[in-house]
Design a binder for this molecule. Structure first.
Ligand code: NAI
Length: 355
């Protein structure tokens, strides 16, 4: 499919390629939908094998942001941007970030950039030197690191899963296996330990494992190769996306799959059905990992601290609703996408009436 066909297929509004000749920045901003409002989505810095891979990633991620914002009940659309790095692991520079900031600024606020893989608060603040349409920095822009709020949202999602299975919500005697104890996974482990859960964790970073050993001494550390199939009540992938495919879905030894990683399932339409058949309750990732988006988008929209916390805690009720609807749908993933699409369609109808 060519670019326009892919946009039509996924329902995108606008995709823009950019080269900054002075710095060599190559970037794409994809706006999937602004029906619910302007669109906030992270900037990912990544070395893609081909330009087609970068386009696929930004189209897929921006579509996901639309559903994430809609399920979170935010008046926000969905968008994302990618910076195409010439090689792996290249550190971000101020010149690169400022060039990206100027690109973001050309959207006049329809797109609001934030952190994603390869982009930290410093990079965000560098972008913010060129545009006010950025969230998640600490000095020039506001919001800071959203990961504690993402962890809180995943925790709320876990409570909804336990409730759906008719289990007590106190986490006592509940074992949670966490893949990846980076920013979100570490906060999540701390929250879960505080309420009495048993933690099993794996990471490929010794530094992050050492941090976990210090803050959550009771955590059991296992090898990265075994974490996904470790026996547990809740499996929480908090590292990378695409970790569970049809084959693995049948081998999981958890009752609940609820984690922060974006796009946990390789093929969500098919794999979510396989999970259901395997007796695993799947909390759709874009529903339970919306806490960071709620924080940054909510601040952007002018919400108070109390409103932001209440919105994050709404993830529990929304997840419960989706899990309940999953019983009548083909899967919980299908139920979540349907909820998002319904909210967007209702907003589009209202716009037509208002116009
Ligand atoms: P991070 O980079 O801080 O942490 C990821 C951790 O996973 C690192 O410690 C890394 O060493 C580990 N890891 C990588 N490959 C692994 C493997 N094969 N086995 C075990 N551990 C492995 O990232 P962060 O911010 O904690 O995000 C985690 C996930 O949640 C990502 O998929 C991200 O896209 C998603 N997410 C994050 C949000 C946020 O607010 N930071 C918001 C929504 C989604």
């Amino acid at each position: 499919m060519n670019t326009l066909e892919q946009m039509i297929d996924r329902g995108h509004e606008r995709v823009c390629f950019h080269v900054d000749q002075a710095t060599g920045l190559r970037a794409i901003i994809a706006i999937h939908s602004t029906v619910l409002g302007n669109a906030l989505g992270g900037t990912r810095r990544w070395h893609y094998a081909t330009e087609a891979d970068a386009l696929y990633d930004v189209l897929r991620l921006s579509e996901g942001m639309t559903y994430k914002a809609a399920c979170a009940g935010l008046t926000m659309g969905g968008a994302k941007s990618v910076i195409l790095l010439p090689s792996h692991g290249q550190a971000g520079t101020e010149a690169e970030a400022r060039a990206m900031g100027r690109f973001v600024d050309t959207f006049n606020g329809a797109y609001i950039a934030a952190e994603d893989v390869g982009v930290n608060t410093q990079f965000v603040d560098w972008m913010a030197a060129e545009t006010r349409h950025v969230m998640g920095g600490e000095t020039v822009s506001t919001g800071g690191d959203p990961s504690p709020f993402t962890a809180r949202g995943v925790f709320n999602g876990m409570k909804a899963c336990l409730a759906h299975l008719g289990r007590p919500l106190d986490f006592a005697g509940v074992t949670v296996a966490i893949q990846g104890v980076g920013s979100v996974g570490h906060h999540l482990a701390t929250m879960l330990e505080d309420v009495g859960a048993s933690i099993v964790a794996a990471d490929i970073s010794e530094r992050n494992l050492d941090r976990l050993r210090e803050t959550v001494p009771g955590a059991q550390i296992v090898a990265p190769e075994t974490i996904l199939t470790t026996p547990c009540d809740i499996l929480a992938p908090c590292a990378l996306g695409g970790v569970i495919d049809g084959n693995l879905a049948a081998r999981l030894r958890c009752a609940i799959l609820c984690g922060a990683a974006n796009n946990i399932l390789v093929d969500p339409d098919e794999d979510a059905v396989l999970l259901r058949n395997a007796g695993v309750l799947y909390a759709p990732d874009f529903v339970v990992n919306a806490g960071g988006l709620i924080e940054l988008a909510g601040l952007h929209l002018g919400m108070t601290r109390a409103e932001l916390d209440a919105k994050n805690d709404e993830i529990e009720a929304t997840t419960r609703e989706i899990l309940a609807r999953g019983d009548a749908n083909t899967s919980t993933h299908a139920a979540a996408v349907a909820l998002a699409k319904r909210r967007i369609a209702d907003a589009a109808k209202e716009k037509v009436h208002a116009g």
